[in-house]
Design a protein around this ligand. Structure first.
Ligand SMILES: Nc1ncnc2c1ncn2[C@@H]1O[C@H](COP(=O)(O)OP(=O)(O)O)[C@@H](O)[C@H]1O
Ligand SMILES: [Mg+2]
Length: 165
């Protein structure tokens, strides 16, 4: 398993159109749905403390980072992510603004954005798009940690965002 770090600029292209809701759109994913799908932090966790520490240092030592945790299924990626989230330094920096997002429930960009809005408890006022609301939150002064578990699901879907988030 390896951790890939990249510092990113979180500017997002301005001209993303969200228009792929099907006619009979399925029930919207709620924050409770996401919580129910979030695994417990595994109590048995051996041999990965260096990896967790490395990720915590990256996340706490810089302002804007993406970290990819890559590896085969079952190797322990989700467990590492959950332990990163539990780390005291992470809690100190991000407080309650740490969100574990089980992306296997969010198969394309539209539902991913909707899920992120739900998980963050954001309200979308009339006349505003969910992406605008989400971006305003992510670009705000408060630091936010998003753990996008199984991100390959929305990323690989046909309805992928054309721009970078
Ligand atoms: N460091 C570890 N020590 C002991 N068991 C682990 C460790 N990491 C993962 N596991 C166990 O291995 C299984 C798969 O881990 P998981 O994190 O779901 O893998 P992945 O997300 O890569 O598919 C789970 O049952 C988990 O509890
Ligand atoms: Mg996993």
């Amino acid at each position: 398993m390896n951790i890939v770090e990249s510092t990113v600029n979180n500017r997002v292209g301005d001209n993303i159109t969200i228009n792929n809701f099907p006619e009979n759109k399925p029930k919207e994913i709620t924050a409770d749905d996401l919580r129910l799908q979030t695994p417990q932090v595994p109590a048995v966790f051996t041999g990965r403390s260096k990896l967790v520490e490395e990720a915590v240092n990256i996340l706490c030592g810089t302002n804007q980072v993406h970290i990819g945790i890559l590896g085969a299924g079952g190797i322990g990626k989700t467990s590492v992510a959950l332990h990163i989230m539990e780390d005291p330094l992470i809690k100190e920096k991000f407080a309650e603004r740490c969100y574990f997002i089980p992306c296997e429930m969010l198969p394309d960009a539209t539902v991913l954005i909707q899920g992120l809005v739900q998980a963050s408890g954001l309200q979308v006022a009339q006349g505003k798009g969910p992406l605008d609301v989400l971006l305003a939150y992510l670009k705000g002064d408060q630091k936010v940690l998003l753990i996008l578990d199984n991100f390959e699901t929305p990323w690989s879907s046909g309805a992928r965002l054309k721009s970078r988030i």
